[in-house]
Design a binder for this molecule. Structure first.
Ligand code: MSP
Length: 757
């Protein structure tokens, strides 16, 4: 059995930051989890080195494109080395670069196959046509919607944001990929392969996008416009569209189209891959890539799994343009690698966006790691050294001592704790399979809490005073140590360094018949009681020193200021001008943001050109009319109370006319051209979920609402808004002068459909 996981290949025009690190950490965790199960795993990462943006970044920096790529690659390798994500530290197996000659061979092969193919509708999959777009002569480049200013008067051309001069509408010969013929085949693929696009909410978005109709894709540029790229086979006047080139890295890296690579890794052996991507590039992976592969007759990937984006503490997407990215130098200087890994996977609910704040990172390090796992480990080991001569004691309480042990309140039935941990192990494994790392960690910490409590309740320091309670004391210490052994194995993929440290301190690093690291044990095969009595523990050392918050925050601020003032000017210069650099500040291509984003593309780029800049979506800030008051929220128009207080009284019978129900938000998305509205599907305990429109889009990210319990007016007459029927209304408080909605919610567990009265 083999397993193949990939990260996106990162653009070689800007330097790595937390966003890139996060994807690497997730992929690394997945790879380690698979390897731990004895599955031969290949983990690929790398850089995307072609295209106009890299050409330009190179020009600005006075480098050749290859030198520019080398420069950025060095930084990525520095990151993978510093954060122990490289091969030496058990991380990636290969760092792919699209400027490698073997990649050219493989991409050309894929193109040739596609070019020979017929679409499912019997047309040529690739054909020659004309690309039409807005061109800026001084920039010598086509401009996408976010790169030009719309004209003040209708009919006039837009203007370049850099030069403020009018753009020319020009057209250029280009090859097109007949994507429009693949919609049915793609829908059939999503339908027949549940889990092909994950999480499910992303699958729904992709499906909705494809259902909306697909436009053919321009897949080449004239060499005179873009020269840094793979030439189109048999037509060197054309350079391949950079996404065609980039996506293909996933197969060329392991041997597609090149025998040497095939021998070194093996396309036959490892394909299909699980592609881990940020939701910003979901469309390319879940729509374009499968279509290219269909045309070329290559097997589809195993899955496309999209994670969310890191936002700053104010909830803005991290972007170089906003200057709110988290600097890797700052991170590595103040935090241990495992604390960062833990934080990233714990704090970000996989698939949803997450906020990053140094204070939160410090708090979690101190509470969950220093006081949590670290403290459990050090107190257990210290007591073993103090009360058991540094040897793992026996966990058995003999018959004649059972009663005595019971009197101290210690549960004499060892299966109570082993059963608890086995159950937790099963849950953690399931969470790993579902990429629910946050839940896996929550469950693990329930184990930490449980054992901490066992120790505090048993008071080993008291037991140690009574010779008759020696066995009880030993059993408590054994259970704590055995739990630590299990936690090492379960947490290894997420915290490889700290778990190895605990493993070694438990004396397992060189114990006979035991793998030297927790990497060598499949969690499924863990058996309670396999920690051998008599094992000599190692030296007890602190794992996660507590961080002095005020001091560290001060240092971070200082470091950020200095870095902003000097060190990273190169980075900033590249990023500011790069058309790609704003991608993280744009609406994501995935979430609830997808419908507007994708429809923007359809309207403005339709049948035209999909360059790499196409990945930068136009902001759908189209003017819109105010939604009808009742759609804003109950409080703004419909509620009886007003800001001034209760204006009139109602009878209880009036109130009972309102059917208020508990609902759970199953999905949430934005609506094209309506930047105030969110379209929700809500389960209110009926057979079919309700579709509800809510005027809260300016205050809530769709992701924030998923899974949230809300109060719904269930018997409000359905009404249509913007072409969507709203079958109810959610309740929200109206706060402040601008009437900011704050959704009413429940702090306790309530079933969907429960009535509010
Ligand atoms: N070169 C393309 C990908 C081609 S794959 C065939 C590209 N590169 S990129 O440098 O812009 O990297 C995008 C990826 O970096 C995201 O999909 C995500 O994996 C990661 N991230 C970049 N910023 C991020 C956040 N703010 N948050 C989380 N991940 C982010 O797109």
């Amino acid at each position: 059995m083999t397993f193949y996981v990939t990260t996106p290949i990162y653009y070689a025009n800007s330097l790595p930051h937390l966003g890139h690190l996060y994807t690497m950490i997730v992929a690394d965790t997945v790879a380690r989890h698979k390897r731990q199960q004895g599955i031969e795993t290949f983990f690929l990462t790398g850089t995307d080195e072609h295209g106009i943006n890299i050409e330009r970044a190179a020009e600005r920096a006075g480098r050749t494109p290859k030198e520019q790529a080398d420069y950025v690659v060095n930084y990525f390798k520095k990151m993978t080395d510093e954060f122990r994500l490289d091969t030496v530290h058990g991380g990636y197996d290969m760092f792919m670069r699209t400027s490698e000659p073997f990649h050219y061979e493989g991409v050309s092969e894929l193109w040739r196959r596609a070019a020979k193919a017929k679409t499912p509708k019997g047309n040529d999959a690739i054909y020659k046509g004309h690309y039409e777009g807005w061109f800026c002569a001084p920039c010598a480049a086509y401009k996408t919607e976010d790169e030009y200013a719309k004209p003040a008067e209708a009919g006039a051309p837009p203007t370049c944001l850099i030069h403020e001069t009018p753009l020319d509408r020009i057209s250029e010969e280009s090859y097109f990929f007949r994507l429009s013929d693949y919609a049915e085949a793609l829908l059939a693929l999503y339908e027949s392969r549940p889990g092909f696009v994950q999480p499910e909410s992303r699958n729904n978005e992709v499906t909705a996008f494809v259902r909306g109709g697909l436009q053919d894709l321009s897949v080449s540029r004239l060499k005179t416009s873009v020269s840094w790229g793979v030439p189109v086979p048999d037509d060197p006047d054309h350079t391949m569209y950079v996404w065609f080139d980039a996506l293909t890295n996933y197969i060329t890296a392991i041997g597609f189209g090149n025998e040497e690579r095939e021998r070194a890794v093996g396309f036959e052996k490892f394909w299909p891959a699980l592609h881990l991507v940020g939701k910003d590039i979901l469309r390319f992976h879940a729509v374009y890539w499968p279509a290219f592969l269909m045309a070329a007759g290559v097997e589809q990937p195993r899955a496309i799994v999209a994670h969310g984006m890191w936002l700053d503490p104010k909830g803005r997407k991290m972007s170089k343009t906003l200057g709110n990215t988290v600097d890797l130098d700052v991170l590595s200087r103040h935090f241990s690698i495992d604390a960062i890994r833990y934080f990233c996977l714990r704090e970000m609910v996989f698939g949803q966006d997450g906020r990053f704040g140094y204070e939160a990172l410090i708090d979690r390090t101190n509470s969950d790691l220093a006081s949590g796992l670290g403290n459990l480990s050090s107190r257990t080991l210290t007591m073993i050294s103090r009360y058991a001569d540094g040897l793992i004691p026996s966990g058995v309480i003999s018959e004649d001592k059972l009663l005595l042990a019971k009197r101290t309140g210690v549960d004499t039935d060892e299966t109570t704790i082993s059963g608890f941990i086995e159950h937790a192990r099963d849950q953690i494994r399931q969470h790993f399979e579902a990429f629910a790392f946050s839940k896996a960690l929550e469950t693990s910490w329930s184990v930490v809490a449980r054992v901490d409590k066992m120790i505090s309740d048993a008071k080993p320091w008291e037991l140690a005073k009574d010779e008759n309670q020696k066995q009880t004391l030993s059993a408590v210490l054994y259970r704590a140590a055995e739990t630590l052994r299990w936690l090492c194995v379960l947490l290894y993929p997420i915290m490889p360094t700290a778990t190895l440290e605990i493993w070694t301190q438990l004396g397992l690093g060189n114990a006979p018949g035991v793998p030297a690291t927790p990497a060598g044990i499949d969690p499924a095969k863990l058996k309670w009681g396999e920690l051998a009595e008599g094992t000599a523990i190692g030296e007890v050392k602190p794992l996660f020193p507590r961080i002095d918050k005020a001091k560290t925050m001060g240092e971070i601020k200082e470091q950020e200021q200095t870095a902003g003032a000097d060190g990273r000017s190169d980075r900033a210069a590249n990023d500011r001008q790069s058309p790609r650099s704003s991608v993280q500040s744009q609406p994501a291509l995935g979430t609830g943001d997808v419908p507007p984003a994708m429809s923007v593309e359809r309207e403005h780029h339709s049948g035209v050109h999909a360059t790499e800049a196409d990945a930068v979506l136009a902001s759908p800030n189209t003017p819109q009319t105010k939604p009808s008051p009742s759609m804003i929220s109950a409080t703004e128009a419909d509620a009886v109370s007003s800001a001034e207080g209760v204006t009139s009284f109602i009878d209880i019978t009036d109130f009972t006319k309102v059917d208020l129900r508990v609902g759970e938000v199953l999905s949430a998305q934005r609506i094209p051209k309506a930047d105030k509205l969110l379209l929700l599907t809500v389960d209110i305990g009926e057979e079919k979920s309700r579709q509800i429109l809510a005027g809260i889009a300016q205050y809530y990210e769709p992701e924030q609402l998923l899974g949230r319990k809300i109060a719904v007016v269930a018997n409000l007459k359905p009404r249509k808004l913007r072409g969507y029927e709203s079958q109810g209304m959610l309740l929200a408080a109206s706060v402040g002068d601008e009437g900011k909605p704050v959704i009413a919610t429940f702090t306790e567990d309530v079933p969907n459909g429960a009535r509010l009265k």
